[in-house]
Design a binder for this molecule. Structure first.
Ligand SMILES: Nc1ncnc2c1ncn2[C@@H]1O[C@H](COP(=O)(O)OP(=O)(O)OP(=O)(O)O)[C@@H](O)[C@H]1O
Length: 244
């Protein structure tokens, strides 16, 4: 649990340096906001930030706690604290059928077979998809597979859901459907995107630039600065400005 003084999301001076490459440097985010947007251009470190925040990889320096849990060290409790939805559902899906895929995370949390089966039935029912239980995942469309991933994550009832550009590659109606589902959720969303419009009405924005925090705070000023900078870079012909 969080102490009265520590926020739900508590990242302090995080650095991530895989193979000696400084991908994230001194990044901090302490927040109880319900809707957090992470913006940055290609190669600025957004996906790495998502992976560190979810505990999928460990920071080399600093601390990452969600709801008081050290998410890279305490994996069993971490998967109940934070879930992640990737851009490509095929990077997430392991099992051939929908019910096996959803049950997997619940087993990882230590649930018995019967408990996990109840959890699978509950989440399928919530999304009116009971008839998908035995469906073969590879026969579903990309949007449907993304919905399976979302159900699998939500079945674990995390406090925080990290979205790493989950709408890229989806058509407009499918994206709007998933956006409506996400908008109705009680949990905290951390939405990673390079599209400022997607997070314009969010409570807190963190702008990453070359692995560092360029600016963070209320949406309007941060997104205004971000868009101005992106336009400046877009108007320049200097390819040395390209990230990476
Ligand atoms: N394991 C790794 N080893 C070495 N370099 C890495 C590693 N992971 C990420 N990087 C580098 O860190 C930088 C940031 O990558 P990351 O995927 O986090 O950026 P991003 O903002 O999500 O980019 P995009 O918007 O293009 O998906 C890139 O230059 C990438 O090559």
């Amino acid at each position: 649990m969080t102490s009265p003084t520590s926020p739900l999301i508590d990242l302090t001076k995080v650095s991530y340096t895989p193979a000696g490459v400084a991908v994230l440097r001194d990044v901090s985010l302490q927040s109880d906001a319900k809707r957090i947007g992470i913006v940055g251009r290609n190669g600025s470190g957004k996906t790495s930030f998502a992976r560190v925040l979810s505990g999928l990889v460990a920071a080399d320096d600093g601390q990452v706690r969600i709801n008081g849990i050290d998410v890279s060290r305490d994996r069993r409790r971490a998967i109940g604290a934070v879930g992640i939805l990737f851009q490509n559902p095929d990077h997430q899906i392991i099992f051939p059928t929908v019910e096996e895929e959803i049950a997997f995370g619940l087993h990882q949390m230590g649930q018995s077979k019967a408990e996990a089966a109840r959890g699978v039935a509950a989440i399928l029912g919530q999304f009116d998809k009971r008839h998908w239980a035995q469906a073969s995942i590879h026969q579903l469309s990309q949007g449907q597979r993304q919905l399976v991933c979302l159900m699998a994550v939500l079945a674990m009832q995390p406090r925080v859901l990290v979205l790493d550009e989950p709408f890229a590659g989806l058509d407009i109606p499918t994206r709007m459907h998933l956006e409506r589902v996400l908008a109705g959720l009680e949990l905290t969303l951390v939405h990673i995107t390079h599209d400022p419009a997607a997070v314009a009405d969010y409570d807190h924005i963190l702008w990453l630039e070359r692995g560092e925090v360029a600016q963070q705070g209320a949406a309007r000023p941060v997104l205004r600065s971000f868009e101005m900078r992106m336009r400046e870079l877009g108007a320049s012909d200097d390819l040395s400005n390209l990230a990476g």
